[in-house]
Design a protein around this ligand. Structure first.
Ligand SMILES: N[C@@H](CCC(=O)N[C@@H](CS)C(=O)NCC(=O)O)C(=O)O
Length: 221
């Protein structure tokens, strides 16, 4: 195999999974069992001291962080991001990925995992509510970016589409009112009709089935 992706079902490791499927790359997936604390075990921390998926083991070495993994894969597999040769355009493309990684993703975490942020039902409810409010503001931005369609960068699909689709899946699965953002909803439907995305979703479903068999699953949606 060219690559090994360390992943957990429903997690943001689904983003490189979609990219690898889109590229037709040769890869296998190593399931990280969060419920067993596998992401805190020394062998995993040696790959990613932050204790998080995704990690992509590449022929050049291991890589962490979705922005870096997306940029690396795009360098090796043309068609995953727009042309990165112009420094300003490349920086704008990185900014869009980083917007999802460092602005949207932490809000997703507060919506889905408020127990990581506060103790007690009342405080956690408040964290979640505030995060939902914040996400509404950003959903307007994403909806506008996707308005012209069919993809974030117009006619060309990219990992940016995979990334915003993962956010959509996580927030709508947690009660975010997706119907208020019709361009984002239509984009999600287009993603789910794409063969590479379907293959990635099927891989994630197989990981979830493994966890279910082992009594270690948590709901993906
Ligand atoms: N900035 C990182 C975030 C990765 C991340 O937060 N991964 C989550 C899953 S979506 C994780 O592994 N969480 C486990 C934990 O933090 O304990 C990236 O973009 O790759």
């Amino acid at each position: 195999m060219t690559y090994t992706l360390y992943a957990a079902p429903g997690a943001c490791s689904r983003v490189p999974m979609m990219a690898l499927e889109e590229a037709g790359a040769d890869f296998d997936v190593e399931l990280v069992r969060f419920m067993r604390g596998a992401h805190r075990a020394p062998d995993f921390l040696a790959l990613n001291p932050a204790g998080k998926v995704p990690v992509l083991v590449t022929p050049d070495g291991p890589l962490t962080e979705n922005v870096a993994i997306a940029t690396y894969l795009a360098g090796r597999h043309p068609g995953l991001l727009p042309d990165l040769s112009d420094p300003y355009e490349a920086a704008r493309i990185t900014a869009n990925l980083a917007y999802v990684s460092s602005t949207l993703h932490p809000i997703v975490t507060r919506i889905r995992m408020p127990m990581f942020m506060a103790d007690g039902d009342a405080a956690q409810g408040s964290v979640r509510e505030k995060a939902m409010e914040m996400m509404r503001m950003h959903a307007t931005t994403v909806d506008a970016a996707l308005g012209a369609g069919p993809w974030w960068y117009g006619d060309d699909w990219s990992v940016q589409d995979a990334y915003v689709y993962w956010v959509w899946f996580r927030i709508t699965g947690a009660g975010f009112p997706g119907e208020d953002y019709p361009a984002w909803a239509a984009h999600a439907a287009r993603m789910e009709a794409r063969a590479s995305v379907q293959r990635a979703l099927a891989r994630d479903a197989r990981l979830q089935a493994m966890l279910e068999n082992e009594g270690l699953a948590v709901p993906m949606r």
